[in-house]
Write a new protein. Structure first.
Lengths: 377, 377
């Protein structure tokens, strides 16, 4: 048995945050929750503080819950606090960037569920991690799968194969995609996730962000990462090695497994709550190359990843705003990709950007999307 | 680049032996062939000696090819010779036992393609390997897949999942199985292999022997090994870990990959002759639990593996003779299983047998099969 890990969970009231706490409940002797940070869901955060009694908390609301033994700190302060070993970054979207950077600069073990931080600032985060001996451990099921397949392998890989469920609309015609509703888009066929990620899964932008994230996490060219549609969501990703051998990681779609793996690594612990594959009920696994024309968000993300510089930050920002607009029913589903493409086309990129240049590009893109959408695009 | 490995290939004229030499040809700077041993195919062995100029050779024939620079030794002498680093045991059937033991006792790295040696004498071979610091590296595609999946994993596994193509007759009714010809049985749908192994694949005995082999190679109970029928032969086997995560190894069915992996381990080397999975052409992978009733050889093998002692040696011996009888058209396909079951039923087993007890059980079983078959069973 390893030591007790002192955990901070940033984004504790979101889907990944809640599932992280489920893992902690299932393995109570392994973890001590020292910090919790949430956005606006104060009532759930209050319950979590009652249950886990963290020393530090952060929330984004106006009302301040009074906890005499719980000190209010910023998310960055929690992420870098010396009494914390591992920081789970489950904060959604751009809001994950600064806490991730703070954790990495403080040399923490970072269990990273937030995609945007690496997509926006991959070069800065990975070089800071190296400099400060921080470990970035993936929590996304795809990246966890790749990481698991890479265990014990010394050679450079020849290809990463990210699988994608395809989301609820895979196979839809462009005309049919025009008409999909928010409600339809929020019904993911295999994963339980937050709203933003669920829409990103429906556009396949999520997979595009994962391609860029994999590029930084595993130090591999975007060109050597491919996407396969695998609707059963059982093979979570694969690695092809230089000798042509391929390794895959499989499990039912349940985020608690990759969360637990990141938190207990390099150990694997039995957890009765985690489902086991029932081969009596898995008769086939299907695969097909992703259709980039039908799902332009994936194509845009791969292009932005190849171009690098501030392009991925602009991609992320434009997507975040466009998805918000779609969720509030102000634009159509297909307009998400159109808006992002338009913004990327207008962007004057900076190569090897500083953090402030990345943040400036992010601001510019957000304003630009709102302006374009306001103008009816 | 690692050092040049001094290789002996025992069974060099068989299917695995020839494919081993193909790997050596593809990676000429990595290997030096120091020993070759064959059975009766003197003409092919002569060509191999011409090409690779080994210092030592063994053959089982009557005529002695005269090679002034090549010393004739026994297979065991070659296996244990101090000028050899790695011994590939590609000798088929029981004939692999003594050379494997000799290699293990000499502390060699043993690339083991012969199933029978571990099935017959798993306890003796693994304990001798431990004592003499010999490494046994699997060459079978299934065991290589498991071994690849275990790289970097520290925990005990919860389950091994061996895949089986099902052979040419999977899904056949008992009545149809009665009538299959030798020619039909020799047509394996996915693998190119020797005659004995091909028939064993058609009866699923091959998978049963692999279960027992996996038990010894990976130190796991027979009860924790299951068999899945996977007709595409792309997933070569899987490992389920204690947290429920499953890893699989995939490639086209080509023995050169597991052979190369064993010979270059822990490195993986590019080899342009090895095919890469083409995901544009792999649309589905199917799986179903193996039907033990339709394929009694698999059931018999699993039972023999659980019972241990001399049962697995008797299973092997009875199978080897029964398959010979089938190949020479003296018994029906379905009689293979009947003969083996009969012999196992008559066997008075010895627990933790010595080598001589194992060999005695083997002799007894061979005589008994011939007697029963001669009596028309």
């Amino acid at each position: 048995m390893g030591n007790i890990v002192r955990l901070a969970v940033l984004g504790s009231t979101g889907s990944i945050g809640q599932q992280t706490l489920e893992v902690v409940r299932a393995l109570p002797h392994r973890f001590c929750i020292v910090g919790l940070a949430a956005g606006k869901n104060i009532s759930l955060l209050s319950q979590q503080i009652d249950e886990f009694k963290p020393r530090f908390a952060y929330y984004q609301g106006k009302k301040s819950p009074a906890y005499p033994d719980c000190q209010l700190l910023s998310a960055e302060e929690i992420a870098g606090h010396p009494e914390i070993d591992t920081v789970v970054i489950a904060t959604p979207g751009r809001a994950g960037l600064m806490p991730t950077l703070a954790a990495v600069k403080a040399g923490k073990t970072v269990a990273l569920a937030n995609k945007e931080s690496l997509v926006m600032a991959g070069e800065i985060i990975t070089s800071q991690a190296k400099k400060n001996k921080a470990r970035i451990l993936p929590v996304d099921s795809e990246h966890s799968a790749i990481w698991q397949c890479l265990q014990g392998e010394k050679e450079k890989v020849s290809q990463l194969i990210l699988t994608a469920s395809g989301g609820p609309f895979y196979g839809y015609s462009p005309a049919r995609l025009e008409k999909v509703s928010v409600q339809q888009a929020l019904k993911h066929p295999s994963w339980r996730m937050g709203r933003k990620v669920t829409i990103d899964s429906a556009t396949l932008m999520n997979k595009g962000l994962e391609v860029i994230e994999a590029h930084w996490l595993f130090n591999i060219a975007v060109d050597s990462i491919r996407v396969l549609i695998h609707p059963q969501s059982i093979v979570h990703s694969m690695v092809e090695f230089t000798d042509g051998s391929v390794k895959a990681q499989l499990s039912y779609p349940d985020m608690r497994l990759p969360i637990q793996y990141a938190l207990t690594y390099p150990e694997r612990l039995p957890n009765l709550q985690l489902p086991r594959l029932d081969w009596g009920n898995i008769s086939q696994l299907t695969f097909e190359p992703a259709d980039l024309d039908a799902f332009p968000c994936l194509k845009l993300a791969i292009e932005a990843g190849k171009k690098g510089g501030t392009y991925p930050a602009v991609l992320c920002a434009a997507d975040e705003v466009a998805v918000d607009l779609f969720l509030s029913q102000r634009i159509k589903f297909t307009a998400i990709a159109c808006l992002i493409e338009e913004i990327l086309g207008h962007h004057q990129a900076t190569a090897q950007p500083s953090l402030s240049q990345i943040i400036a590009a992010d601001h510019w893109a957000r304003q630009k999307v709102l302006k374009l959408a306001g103008a009816g695009l």
